[in-house]
Structures are given as structure tokens and as C-alpha cells.
Design a protein around this ligand. Structure first.
Ligand code: CCH
Length: 288
């Protein structure tokens, strides 16, 4: 059986669509945040919940939602994600049968789809776990590093080069905040719409070091309003990574297809499903 059970309540696909619709409604309703949407920070919450996975020890991953607890919530990489967790509290209150771990990944799916990204098939089955399951600090990527670090971190989760580049395309969304990571600014001109703009900018723009007192980051030379992290630039410095950046810059459909496949995999890392991939739900996008 898949799905949440609480007492005699057994959630159906329609129940999960109701949760999706509620998150989508709140995304429209609460538009007084950042660039006008909580969407990007919800995507980051789902990614940081999932990206702690270690394939060798089969620990971490989205199952558990252990970022609720101080040791993990306070990891430097998770700074600012409280905004995303708090945004979802009214949803959890309205649908108390869903686990936080299913809710966080479902919210990531909803945010991507509502920001005009690809359909991300999703299935329930995550269970919340206690503080003892918090992962150690240092499992998420450090933006000041290079391609070797990217391969070490994402290789530990079980991803190959192509998948690492596809996942990085999420940086078409959102921005860096000086009070969170220390970095500043958005990667793309439309940070609340999912596109392949990140890859096009990497290929087409001239990037130089930003002159400021903050951590080393790049800025575009034409407008000086966009940014790239050292790890973003590593995707064009490394020949094997760059092949995929070029592919995704040229063809947004190819990017959307490969991004969807890889983020489905990311959100399912380490989850002890009783269901099969055929049980995944493709949620209906809201009409505007
Ligand atoms: Fe990321 N990311 N990310 N990222 N990220 C940041 C923000 C977002 C790295 C570093 C940062 C992925 C991979 C990487 C999002 C999704 C993904 C920030 C700014 C840093 C730093 C945080 C702040 O200041 O608020 C590094 C390093 C890597 C890999 O090497 C992957 C993979 C994904 C998803 C699939 C999203 C979305 C944001 C925007 C969040 C917001 O609040 O706007």
C-alpha cells in the first residue's frame, strides 16, 4: 500500500492533489516575498532535505524530514529554509495526515510545476523520523569549491555528470541572500519562472569576478545584475560538464525532460517505498 495512514484515513491520489492545490493557492496568495514567490525557496527545501543522501551507508535523504530539528536545521547550508518550512505549516495543519517528509518534496514538485517547469511525477511513502536520524554537517555542496567537489558530493548520492548538470539548472530559479549564504543576487532575469536561461547565460555571457567585500562570486559583464557561484562556473570550466551545459542551452525541452527525470530520482533517494514507480502521481497544474 502507498499513501499516508492516520487512524483509518487512507489518502488517495485526489487527496494529494488537494494538498498540491492548497500549496499552489498559497504561492499565489503570499506573493509579498523575495521576487514575488516562495516557489524557489520551496524547491531549495526539497533539494536540501533530499541531498543529504549517502548511497554507501543508505543514510539521509528526504525520508525523515530531520531538518525540523536544530542540529540539521542549523547547518550553514540550510540557512533561510525556515521561511519555506514555516510557509508549509498551515498546509500541514489543514492536512495533518501527510508526513512532513512527503509534504516538503510534494511542495518542491508543486513549486516547479507552478513556476512553469516540467511535470515532476511524485509518490508518497516517506515517514518522519526523530532527531537521532539527523545527518552530519557537510553533506550538501559548498559553493566556493570546484568540479572535484561537485563530483564528490553528487557522486556520493549516486548521480553521474549529466545528472549533476541537469540538477544545477534549478539555479534558473531564486536568488542568493547575503544573510543566508553570504552570496548576493539572482542567476537569471526571471527568477520565478523555470527556464533553461541559466545554461544560456553560462554559455553566452561574459562573467567576471564581482568586486565587493563578500565571498568570491561572478557577475555578468553586460548588466552586472546577475551572478554565478564558483560551482556554477565549474560547469563550463570542466569539459565533460560543459557538453551538457551546451545541450541544455540549445534545447529547453531536452533540459526539462532530463531535469524531471533526475529530480524524481533526487526526491526518492533512500525512501523505503512499498509502492512502484507506476504508482507515481502527475499532479495537475493550476489554471491561471
Ligand atoms: Fe542551489 N544554492 N546549489 N541548488 N539553490 C542556492 C540557492 C538555490 C548550491 C548553492 C546555492 C542546487 C545545487 C547547488 C536552488 C536549487 C538547487 C544558494 C543561495 C547557494 C549558495 C542560498 C541563499 O543565500 O539563500 C551549490 C553549491 C550547488 C551545487 O554544487 C540544486 C541541485 C538545486 C535543486 C535541484 C534554488 C531553487 C535556490 C534559490 C533559493 C531561494 O531562496 O531563492
Amino acid at each position: 500500500s502507498s499513501g499516508e495512514t492516520q487512524g483509518i484515513f487512507k489518502a488517495t491520489k485526489d487527496d494529494y492533489q488537494k494538498v498540491y492545490d492548497e500549496i499552489a493557492r498559497l504561492l499565489v496568495d503570499k506573493d509579498d516575498y523575495d521576487d514575488g514567490s516562495y516557489g524557489p525557496v520551496l524547491v531549495r527545501l526539497a533539494w536540501h532535505a533530499s541531498g543529504t543522501y549517502d548511497a554507501a551507508t543508505k543514510t539521509g535523504g528526504s525520508n525523515g524530514a530531520t531538518m525540523r530539528f536544530a542540529p540539521e536545521g542549523d547547518h550553514g547550508a540550510n540557512a533561510g529554509l525556515k521561511h519555506a518550512r514555516d510557509f508549509l505549516e498551515p498546509v500541514k495543519a489543514k492536512f495533518p495526515w501527510i508526513s512532513y517528509s512527503d509534504l516538503w518534496t510534494l511542495a518542491g514538485v508543486c513549486a516547479i510545476q507552478e513556476m512553469q517547469g516540467p511535470i515532476i511525477p511524485w509518490r508518497p511513502g516517506r515517514q518522519d523520523r526523530d532527531v537521532a536520524f539527523c545527518t552530519p554537517d557537510g553533506r550538501l555542496p559548498d559553493a566556493s569549491k570546484d568540479q572535484n567537489h561537485i563530483r564528490a558530493i553528487f557522486g556520493r548520492m549516486g548521480f553521474d555528470d549529466r545528472e549533476m548538470v541537469a540538477l544545477s539548472g534549478a539555479h534558473s530559479l531564486g536568488r542568493c541572500h547575503t544573510d543566508r549564504s553570504g552570496y548576493d543576487g539572482p542567476w537569471a532575469f526571471s527568477p520565478t519562472v523555470m527556464t533553461n536561461e541559466y545554461f544560456r547565460l553560462l554559455m553566452d555571457e561574459k562573467w567576471g569576478w564581482k568586486k565587493w567585500n563578500g565571498p568570491a562570486q561572478y557577475e555578468d559583464q553586460s548588466t552586472k545584475s546577475l551572478m554565478m557561484l564558483p560551482t556554477d562556473m565549474a560547469l563550463i570550466k570542466d569539459k565533460e560538464f560543459k557538453k551538457h551545459v551546451e545541450r541544455y542551452a540549445k534545447d529547453s525541452q531536452v533540459f526539462f525532460k532530463e531535469f524531471s527525470d533526475v529530480i524524481v530520482k533526487l526526491f526518492e533517494l533512500g525512501v523505503p517505498f512499498e509502492s512502484t514507480p507506476e504508482d507515481r502521481i502527475s499532479f495537475k497544474v493550476s489554471d491561471d
